[in-house]
Design a binder for this molecule. Structure first.
Ligand code: GLP
Length: 256
């Protein structure tokens, strides 16, 4: 795992955007795994401002709320169009987001997995992290081998996401999310986490034991993970000085 600690969220976001821009330029037909949440908003703004060519890209989003139509203002469909897709030249047919209104959810989830496979797998998977340690919507005790499926949100996540829905009771209880096994199959995982609220989940994920109690800790099993943090989110890492040292020592050819 490479841990990149920057003084501010903006500084970390800029480096993450450069990493993605490089992939898009080098491999214009890449498959991107995309995430939602407040952390991603600045990243998408930055990517939009870079005027990249999205015409050959394929995207797969991590998750969606069950029961919300794509037009619902808090659906992840709406989030993605508002913050990214409406501002870039992506082909609509290349955008994939789980269908929160699917009649047969298990079949829809199987089809989603099949589509990722048929697209050749995901080159870079963007991830945020919940205060519970969730990635996508894989809440604590999710199987570390899980595939795309329906999940029930924890009360903690309902509280965290209430800000988007006005109140907690408005947050759907069920979601469709790529599984941890699905995420681990992507060729590169890029996680962004900012703010003191994420410090505990990050310390457990990066330096704790691999445990379903912190689903992001499963990333320790992945050969290529880059974690972008601001100082606040890095606050509880025991080895943070070492991570800074490693980043400073990076040979030029490895720099982002
Ligand atoms: C949601 C999403 C996650 C995201 C998390 C953190 O629950 N399903 O994919 O990582 O929130 O969101 P934020 O960036 O708003 O803290």
């Amino acid at each position: 795992m490479e841990i990149i600690i920057q003084p501010t969220p903006d500084a970390a976001t800029n480096i993450a955007a450069r990493l993605l821009a490089r992939l898009i330029r080098e491999k214009p037909a890449s498959v991107l795994g995309l995430a939602t949440g407040g952390t991603m908003e600045a990243l998408y703004r930055q990517l939009v401002s870079m005027k990249l060519d999205w015409s050959k890209l394929t995207t797969f989003n991590l998750d969606e709320y069950v029961g919300l139509s794509p037009q619902h203002p808090q659906s992840y469909h709406s989030f993605m169009w508002e913050h990214l897709f409406s501002h870039v030249n992506i082909a609509i047919k290349s955008v994939n987001i789980p269908d929160g209104l699917a009649k047969d959810i298990p079949i829809a989830c199987e089809n989603y997995e099949r589509k990722i496979f048929a697209a050749g797998g995901i080159d870079v998977q963007l991830l945020g992290i919940g205060t519970s340690g969730h990635i996508g919507f894989n809440e604590p005790t999710s199987s570390l081998a899980s595939r795309t499926r329906i999940k029930t949100l924890t009360p903690q996540t309902l509280r965290d996401n209430a800000r988007f829905f006005g109140n907690e009771s408005g947050v759907p209880h069920h979601v469709i999310t790529m599984g941890i096994g699905t995420i681990l199959e992507s060729r590169h995982c890029v996680l962004l986490a900012f703010g003191e609220k994420k410090a505990r989940a990050i310390a457990e994920a990066v330096e704790g034991p691999i445990t379903a109690m912190n689903p992001a800790s499963a990333l320790q099993l992945h050969p290529k993970v880059t974690v972008f943090l601001d100082e606040a989110a890095a606050a509880e890492l025991k080895m943070k000085d070492y991570y800074r040292w490693v980043y400073e020592q990076k040979p030029g050819w490895q720099k982002i």
